[in-house]
Design a protein around this ligand. Structure first.
Ligand code: ADP
Length: 469
């Protein structure tokens, strides 16, 4: 059963039940009030009549009129039960409610009961009071006064009231059923809107949002939460799409980079196979070229592997190391490689302890130094500095080289990006992306500051980690 119908039925049943209970309570309260009104009237008339007789007066015309107001009848009997006065004609069939007056006569106490004396609609209530005649009064006088009244009027009123009540309750129940249905329908209408909108949202169209009719009610909040979920999904899909594009571009770039040395290796081998074997000079040159190209391929493959490992989140082999020592080591190696083309100096910096993977950070230092040497013309200088700033260890490599154009500054960290592809000394454009990846895997960054024609400064910043105040 739908929520709408469940709500409707629950509401209607609850209201119906309340109305019914209220109606019944009301009915029985009124019934008891009406009946006891009849009984009280009858009792007070019987007592009044008895007192009048006891005081020695016979019931006058006036008394009788007073006593029989509102449909009350009075019967006065002597000790043998003979009727002395009666304001109602007793039925011929002998039915005279005898039980009541007899009991009163016998016990000397008032007695009550019901009978059908007045032949009015419904039963009569009877109340008999024994009379104690004043001393010395002759026997054969009044001994018992009986008053009575039909319940008919009260029952009639109750019948009318009951009918009106039943019709009222029935109508109210129907109205509440209708009201509950429309209320449930109105309240749940936004759900239908949400459902039909949600149905229209597909993987390719995650930008759609559900309608939020009232952001403060439950359905509005549900729709808003769903919309937030959609936003997160959309962002996740966009990220996935972006990652796929990047991956595709990476694969294409990698194949392209590998194809160049491969083509030249194949060219030389074909040449060797064809004729160059017989020409020792060409053969030597070809072998040297093949060696050079295969080395380039090897570097490239290693760089690709390093990047892939970084992407996969390969674990770091961290420990407490001195960054100054790592930097000095890298400077030594770079100086040897530069072989006097540019000066490579370690500009100082005392011990800076930090937590890092020594080999990887050494690799970053080498990449930065290689680039500095590579992109600095002869006679220039490269300087390395190590320091600390707040809780970070710093390695700075500056050169007096070509510099990088402002619009290229952030791009140089992209995979396969070369700031100036026309330069022959450049590599595949993977060095800085590996360096940044290593920095980020340590929770650090690499920053660049450069001015074209003047030189560049690359700064590696990594958190010093454990034991740093
Ligand atoms: P590559 O193998 O080309 O050196 P990198 O990722 O290490 O790849 O560097 C990307 C690009 O950034 C280089 O092609 C170069 O144009 C520029 N670059 C890097 N370091 C320097 C530097 N010290 N001075 C000038 N340009 C640099």
């Amino acid at each position: 059963m739908s929520i709408r119908w469940r709500l409707t039925l629950f509401n209607a049943l609850a209201i119906g039940l309340i109305l019914l209970v209220l109606g019944l309570v009301l009915f029985f309260l009124l019934r008891s009030a009406l009946l006891s009104d009849v009984e009280n009237t009858v009792q007070s008339r019987a007592v009044t009549a008895a007192r009048t007789i006891e005081s020695g007066d016979a019931l006058s015309q006036d008394d009788t009129e007073q006593l029989t107001l509102d449909g009350v009848f009075v019967i006065v009997r002597d000790g043998r039960g003979e009727v002395l006065t009666q304001t109602v004609s007793l039925p011929q069939d002998g039915e005279d409610g005898e039980g009541v007056w007899r009991r009163a006569l016998k016990t000397g106490e008032p007695a009550s009961g019901t009978a059908e004396l007045s032949r009015k609609e419904g039963e009569d209530y009877l109340y008999a009071v024994p009379v104690n005649p004043p001393d010395g009064s002759p026997t054969g006088l009044a001994q018992v006064v009986e008053a009575g009244k039909s319940y008919g009027n009260a029952e009639e009123t109750l019948e009318v009231f009951g009918t009106v009540l039943a019709i009222g309750i029935g109508t109210a129940f129907l109205l509440s059923l209708l009201g509950a249905y429309f209320l449930a329908r109105t309240a749940l209408r936004p759900v239908d809107a949400v459902v039909s909108s949600a149905r229209e949202i597909t993987e390719s169209d995650l930008s759609r949002r559900l309608p939020v009719a009232n952001p403060k009610d439950e359905i509005g909040r549900l729709a808003a939460t769903f919309n937030a979920l959609l936003s997160r999904l959309e962002a996740a899909f966009a990220r996935r799409e972006e990652a796929l594009v990047r991956q595709r571009r990476f694969a294409a770039d990698a194949s392209h980079e590998l194809r160049t040395p491969l083509t030249s290796i194949r060219g030389y081998t074909r040449m060797l196979k064809g004729w160059a074997m017989d020409d020792p000079r060409t053969a030597r040159e070809s072998v040297a070229a093949i060696d050079r190209e295969s080395e380039r391929m090897q570097d490239l493959v290693e760089a690709l592997l390093a990047l892939t490992r970084g992407d996969e989140g390969a674990p770091l082999d961290v420990g407490r190391h001195d960054l100054a020592e790592v930097a000095a080591e890298a400077v030594e190696a770079a100086r040897t490689a530069a072989s006097g083309k540019v000066s490579v100096e370690y500009a100082g910096g005392t011990e800076v302890e930090a937590t890092f993977d020594r080999d990887r950070v050494r690799q970053v230092a080498s990449i930065l130094l290689d680039n500095a040497v590579k992109y600095t013309p002869e006679g220039g200088s490269v300087e390395v500095r190590v320091g600390e700033e707040e809780s970070r260890a710093i390695l700075e490599v500056s050169d007096t080289g070509a510099g990088i154009a402002e619009d290229q500054l952030q791009l140089v960290f992209e995979r396969f990006h070369r700031a100036d592809p026309s330069r022959t000394e450049g590599g595949a454009g993977l060095g800085l992306s590996i360096a940044r990846q290593i920095a980020e895997s340590h929770g650090g960054t690499i920053e660049v500051d450069s001015e074209q024609g003047k030189g560049s400064t690359f700064t590696l910043l990594i958190p010093r980690g454990d034991g740093v105040p």
